[in-house]
Write a protein that binds this ligand. Structure first.
Ligand SMILES: [Zn+2]
Length: 266
């Protein structure tokens, strides 16, 4: 179950399944002006870097992770997953991140962050090998199966058994608002066949609705993550303008949500 939390005025979501420091940000509790209002965790651009750094300070304090140790993805809608350690601490806000859409680590106190404004953020936790992961999956990443790559990368790097993994599929565009033409269902069906079918609804000639959250949960299940260990957020970013930034609804002049996860310091 996802629960709304308010820590010092910062509103965010956590999953009751993940027994580790983590959070999915919302618009609530930051300092940025419109159209980035208010908790914009994107890169500085039209919104100033001072605002971004203050928003990060507030969100990281609320979640209980170190802002200055953050590691970021540099998202390209691919399926590359990067294993990171203490040598990457701080790369997020103060360095340059190589292109990747997923991060994994077994280093304590090293928070991983992925970004979204409709795409699906997925956080992973293996309490047995003590490892975490963070994944960004839009429809392209979903077609590439990046959540499966992340579980496989945790297995290869840390010996993770998928049966030990807990997963939280965070707020993203819902089937209500993710209307597409045929290209999206075609790509998902070509990649996943029968696994994709229950998550695609045809509403007319060249008009579909796609449930990306549901398909990502199915992809996790297909590699051995137990369904009862997967938490699925019901919130649609596009339907919820008070809580969420949405690319579909607002275009490019908007803020960005972040999902973060961190093991305790070793
Ligand atoms: Zn919606």
């Amino acid at each position: 179950m996802f629960v709304w939390r308010d820590v010092g005025g910062v509103g965010f979501l956590t999953s009751t399944l993940l027994d580790v420091a983590h959070g999915f940000s919302t618009r609530v509790g930051g300092v940025s002006p419109a159209p980035f209002d208010t908790l914009n965790l994107g890169r500085a651009g039209a919104d100033g870097r001072e605002n971004i750094l203050e928003n990060y300070a507030r969100f990281c304090a609320a979640v209980g992770v170190s802002r200055d140790a953050l590691v970021f993805t540099k998202q390209v809608h691919g399926d590359s997953v990067r294993s990171v350690g203490q040598e990457q601490a701080g790369e997020g806000l103060y360095g340059v991140s190589p292109a990747c859409d997923g991060l994994i680590t077994d280093a304590g106190g090293l928070p991983l962050a992925v970004f979204s404004a409709d795409c699906v953020p997925v956080l992973l936790y293996d309490p047995v090998q003590n490892a975490v992961g963070a994944v960004h999956a839009g429809w392209r990443g979903t077609a590439l199966g990046i959540v499966r790559q992340a579980v496989a990368a945790m297995r290869d790097a840390y010996g993770t058994d998928p049966a030990d993994v807990w997963a939280a599929v965070g707020p993203s565009i819902g089937v209500c608002c993710f209307e597409t033409r045929g290209d999206v269902p075609d790509a998902l069906t070509a990649a996943w066949g029968a696994l994709a079918a229950p998550h695609i609804r045809r509403d007319g000639p060249d008009r579909y609705h796609v449930d990306l959250k549901g398909l990502n949960a199915a992809l996790l299940t297909s590699v051995g993550v137990a369904p009862e260990r997967i938490d699925l957020c019901e919130d649609c970013t596009c339907c919820g303008p008070k809580r969420y930034f949405s690319h579909r609804r607002d275009g490019v002049r908007r803020g960005l949500q972040a999902a973060m996860i961190s093991l305790s310091r070793n």
